[in-house]
Design a protein around this ligand. Structure first.
Ligand SMILES: [Zn+2]
Length: 259
C-alpha cells in the first residue's frame, strides 16, 4: 500500500460518497456521513444537502472511506450539545471509555470548538466507537474510533481520553473540511487538532492539564498519522476498518461485513 502517493492524488478535493454495506442481520456497521441503519444493510451518505436544513457535506478523499463493525457493539447516547448535535457511543460489553468521560466538559468543548470552526459539518450526529486499534484514535466524517482501552493509557497526555476525544473531534473540521494537498500539509491538520486541544485544556480544564505532559508532537508525528493500512489487529474480533475504496466513484463500493 502506498498511502502517501494517494495523499498526493487529488486529496485536496472534496468528494461525494455513498456507501451501502450488506451485513449480518442485526450487526452494527458504522460508515461515514449520514448513517441509515437497516436490519442487514446500512447506508451512509456524504453529499451536499439538497433541502433546506439538510446538513450533509462533502468530504476529502483521504478520510472518507472508513467502515467499521463489531457484532458486540452497543449504541448509547452520550450527550446532546447546545447546538443540537447528538453524540453517541458504541462500545462492546465491558467497554469503559464512555463512562470515564467528563460529559459536561465534553459538551463545553463542543460548544467551544463550534464557536471557532463553525457548526458540525456532517449533520446532527457524531458517532464514537471503541475498538482494538493501533492508534489512540482516528477520524472519519461523523465517525471517530477510539482505542478501546484509551482510559487506561498512561503517559501520552495528562488526560488521554479527554485529549484524544478533543483531537479527533477537531479533525471533523481540520482535516475533514480543510483538506490536504500534500503530505507536507499534515501539519495543518494535526497541529491544529493538537493546538486547539491544548488551548481548551489550558483555559477550560484543571490547572496544569495542558502543561503536565510533553505531548506527542514530534518530528514524525504528522507523517505517522497519515492514512494507514487496514489495521489487521482489528480483524480477530470482528472490527474491520477499511481505508480504501476498491472502486472509487460516487457509489464507491459495497463492503461485506463478513470476515
Ligand atoms: Zn490527528
Amino acid at each position: 500500500m502506498q498511502p502517501f502517493r494517494r495523499v498526493r492524488s487529488g486529496s485536496s478535493r472534496l468528494a461525494e460518497y455513498h456507501f451501502e454495506v450488506s451485513h449480518a442481520p442485526g450487526e452494527t456497521v458504522l460508515c461515514p456521513g449520514k448513517l441509515s441503519a437497516g436490519a442487514s444493510r446500512t447506508r451512509c451518505d456524504l453529499a451536499r444537502g439538497h433541502e433546506a436544513g439538510d446538513a450533509h457535506a462533502l468530504a476529502p478523499t483521504y478520510s472518507s472511506v472508513g467502515v467499521a463493525s463489531d457484532p458486540l457493539w452497543k449504541r448509547n447516547p452520550l450527550l446532546t450539545t447546545n447546538g443540537g448535535l447528538n453524540v453517541v457511543f458504541y462500545e462492546v460489553p465491558g467497554g469503559a471509555i464512555a463512562e470515564s468521560l467528563d460529559k459536561p466538559s465534553i459538551s463545553e468543548f463542543f460548544d467551544w470548538i463550534s464557536g471557532y470552526l463553525g457548526p458540525f459539518p456532517y449533520g446532527d450526529e457524531l458517532r464514537f466507537a471503541g475498538a482494538p486499534t493501533h492508534w489512540l484514535g482516528f477520524e472519519h466524517p461523523a465517525n471517530i474510533v477510539l482505542y478501546e482501552k484509551l482510559q487506561t493509557v498512561k503517559g501520552a497526555y495528562a488526560n488521554p481520553t479527554m485529549h484524544v476525544v478533543m483531537h479527533e473531534t477537531t479533525h471533523q473540521w481540520a482535516g475533514n473540511r480543510a483538506t490536504l494537498a500534500s503530505v507536507g500539509d499534515f501539519v495543518w491538520k494535526e497541529a491544529t487538532a493538537e493546538y486547539l486541544s491544548y488551548v481548551f485544556e489550558r483555559d477550560h480544564r484543571p490547572a496544569g492539564e495542558a502543561e503536565g505532559h510533553p505531548g506527542l508532537l514530534g518530528p514524525n508525528f504528522a507523517i505517522g498519522h497519515a492514512p494507514s493500512a487496514p489495521d489487521r489487529r482489528t480483524a480477530p474480533r470482528g472490527a474491520r476498518l477499511l481505508h480504501r475504496c476498491v472502486r472509487p466513484g460516487p457509489w464507491c463500493s459495497t463492503f461485506s461485513s463478513k470476515p
